[in-house]
Design a protein around this ligand. Sequence first.
Ligand code: CMC
Length: 433
Amino acid sequence: MTAGGDQVIRLDVDGKTIDLRIQRGTAGADGIMLGPLLAETGMVAFDPGLLNTASCTSDVTFIDGDQGILRYRGYPIEQLAEHSTFLEVALLLIRGELPAQSELEAFETRIDKHMYLSDDFRQIFSVMPRRAHPMATLGAAINMMAGFYPESLDPLDPAAVRLATALMLAKMPTIISYIYRRAQGNALLYPQPGQSYIENFARMTFQLPGERFEVPPEFYRALDTLLILHADHEQNCSTSSVRMIGSARANLYMSVSGGVSALSGPLHGGANEAVLDMLSYIRDSGIDPRDFMKQVKDKKAGIRLMGFGHRVYKSYDPRAAIVKQQAQAVLEALGVRDELLDIAQEVEQVALSDDYFIERRLYPNVDFYTGIIYRAMGFPASMFTPLFALGRLPGWIAQWREMINDPAGKIGRPRQVYTGLEQRDYVPASQRP
Ligand code: CMC
């Protein structure tokens, strides 16, 4: 509808008409600007789970959930997964453009230089219990960075933010490898200058005392690709948390550690671990996958098919399609035979032809097959979510930086519809029934 030349939406509330402006997008849904609603009508937008609420404009990532499209800065995920590297994708997300060769090399050198963790910092890995969940240690370690690098804290100083960006991207693989080694009771290794980001990460994680760490090139390529696939996913739960925390002008480390907390939940990043638990349960209990699916469909059992369904994708998750293709090839290259892959394929077949899943448009998401590849590489299930966090780090940083530089940005502060008791008077404890 138009009014006064501008396109607006005309809303009738209790006989009062108000005009709401439209925020146009370049692709996907436009937004109705609801800001004036409260002042004009005394009502707020009510949208639990923010199913239909755009909290910002963003140039970073585009998803079309109906068509199964995912693009970073305009580039299709399929092209990036095939041709790019994780650090190049990180630069693309954070800066907005693919870097020239010399820029990429300078960035890789900068990251290489910062992968080292000081002996003081390494203390955190000895004070945390060995059995602590890796996400608890990861969140604590990222928060701790704010104490170690005070020169990189000011969210409004671009040089400080660039430094925090490089420090976090560089140290995260080292931190995650140390979390794993500590749990295994192995000595912490140092990054080796000249090794690539992924090679350093894998070697620091898996090298055993007195042995060389040797894996086929497919191992590195698959790990790099999985990180690329996780690198951003627009305004998901953890990214929205990072933006929300940063909107209070919290520094980048504190904001990202909030994202790590959100990611740890089994409905978000924790799902890849939950998928493997589910597939292991099917194998160990000997239950027929079809009978397991009956339990999933019986809502009373309270079981969800982990790795299936997505808030945004209502057709096949394009990341899942890439991971599924890779799973078989990587297992072959590593000489691993895993019956969980067979079970996963069988479960998927059952689900894709079952009315319950078809009607609700539930398809495999990125987490359905990733755990099987990580497991073949030697990562235990508890490390899957930290690996997701490593992959998602560039996205969190890019989105935080976009938020902090947005002239229209405001501190995030949702409203509520209050449903509690109205005013009542205090009664001393001795007089309460
Ligand atoms: N298994 C069985 N039923 C499901 C599933 C599932 N995995 N997912 C959704 N449903 C049903 C749900 O019970 C509901 O049915 P009904 O309409 O009869 O009440 C309907 O489908 C819609 O579900 P919803 O919970 O309203 O959907 P949502 O958009 O709020 O939830 C989700 C999205 C990802 C949380 C959910 O699909 C889920 O719990 N999946 C399993 C966990 C998982 O794999 N998470 C990883 C997401 S991808 C990685 C990431 O971004 O973190």
